[in-house]
Design a protein around this ligand. Structure first.
Ligand code: 13P
Ligand code: SF4
Length: 319
């Protein structure tokens, strides 16, 4: 309605006036993704978000996503002020990997290279040798394995298992999961595939093994979008947060996108996959960042410095 249009217009004006860049993840509301693109910001996966925040010349960033994304931006750009529409937007992987428990796990296995997923707190990253995201995890672990390294991996057990299978690396896995992707079910997906026999099946590697095993393409959010844009199929079954369909459909308007089923649902997906924390990002939250400087992210300096090297190592590797 007009209220929404007025809020969007006001946000656009303030982004410009206050020298703020808006960067959004593919899982947040479509209006926010559009706003980021229309204002010279970016919609991206977690790897590209980190790189964008660091390289953008704006003095301030608003990160529409979940907490670890805002923290990573702040760690990489301490000279920038970094804001989030809702500081309570977290991630089940981050919640399930307490920094002091992780310290014990790590201390028990000093012979292993510590590789942590982006979806962790700054305090966990501060203990890691490498940070990875789903778009570069495979390549980085592959290289570590070639160098003869044994790996300690946290926190997503499905992604860890998938990478272990693909690389043959010796990996000790933390027992974490994403509550959104963990809900995709192979039996229901199989039924859907029978209904759409020509559909290409795209699966995010945070999904359980039985679901990953049915995929034509396993990859990060950006890899899944690329697969739809470049794929020769006309129908695609998408097993990740439904927020991604907005951008996917914009980039591939003539292709049919079908949401993969979660627990208890079949072809007619009733409670489709959507991250409750990504859903906390709203236009009003963005406006509050701009008008009231609310939602600012701070990372303690000793933790920031300790966490920085594992992120920079990843950015150098993926350059
Ligand atoms: P991507 O790095 O693939 O964007 O994934 C981030 C995430 O939170 C997936 O649930
Ligand atoms: Fe975390 Fe899963 Fe939400 Fe991504 S979708 S932020 S991994 S809970």
């Amino acid at each position: 309605g007009t209220d929404k249009a007025a809020v969007i217009a006001r946000i656009k004006q303030l982004l410009l006036e206050k020298d703020v860049a808006l960067v959004a993840h593919y899982y947040v509301d479509g209006d926010i993704q559009d706003l980021a693109l229309e204002t010279g910001g970016m919609v991206a996966d977690s790897l590209e978000m980190a790189r964008f925040g660091k390289s953008h010349p704006a003095k301030n960033l608003i990160v529409a996503g979940v907490r670890f994304m805002g923290e990573t931006a702040k760690i990489l750009s301490p000279e920038k002020r970094v804001f989030m529409p809702d500081l309570d937007a977290t991630c089940s992987l981050d919640l399930g990997c307490d920094a002091s428990d992780f310290a014990k796990f790590r201390a028990a296995h000093p012979d292993r290279v510590v590789v942590v997923y982006a979806n962790t707190s700054a305090a966990v990253k501060a203990q890691a040798d490498w940070m990875v995201t789903s778009s570069c995890a495979l390549a980085i672990v592959h290289q570590l394995n070639l160098a003869g390294k044994k790996i300690l991996w946290a926190p997503d057990r499905h992604l860890g298992r998938y990478i272990q299978e693909q690389t043959g690396a010796d990996m000790l896995l933390w027992n974490g999961a994403c509550i959104v992707h963990d809900e995709f079910k192979a039996v229901e997906l199989d039924l859907l595939m029978a209904q759409y026999p020509n559909a290409m099946v795209l699966v995010h590697p945070e999904s359980p093994q039985a679901v990953v095993d049915l995929a034509d393409v396993v990859g990060s959010t950006s890899a899944m979008i690329k697969a739809v844009v470049e794929g020769s199929a006309t129908e695609y079954i998408v097993a990740t947060d439904k927020g991604i369909l907005h951008r996917m459909q914009q980039l591939a308007p003539h292709k049919k996108l079908i949401e993969a089923p979660t627990a208890g649902n079949s072809a007619t997906c009733k409670s489709c996959a959507h991250c409750p924390w990504m859903a906390m990002n709203g236009l009003q939250g963005i406006l509050d960042c701009l008008e009231n400087a609310s939602g600012e992210i701070f990372v303690d300096e000793p933790i920031r410095v300790a966490a920085l090297s594992c992120i920079e190592r990843m950015l150098d590797f993926t350059k």
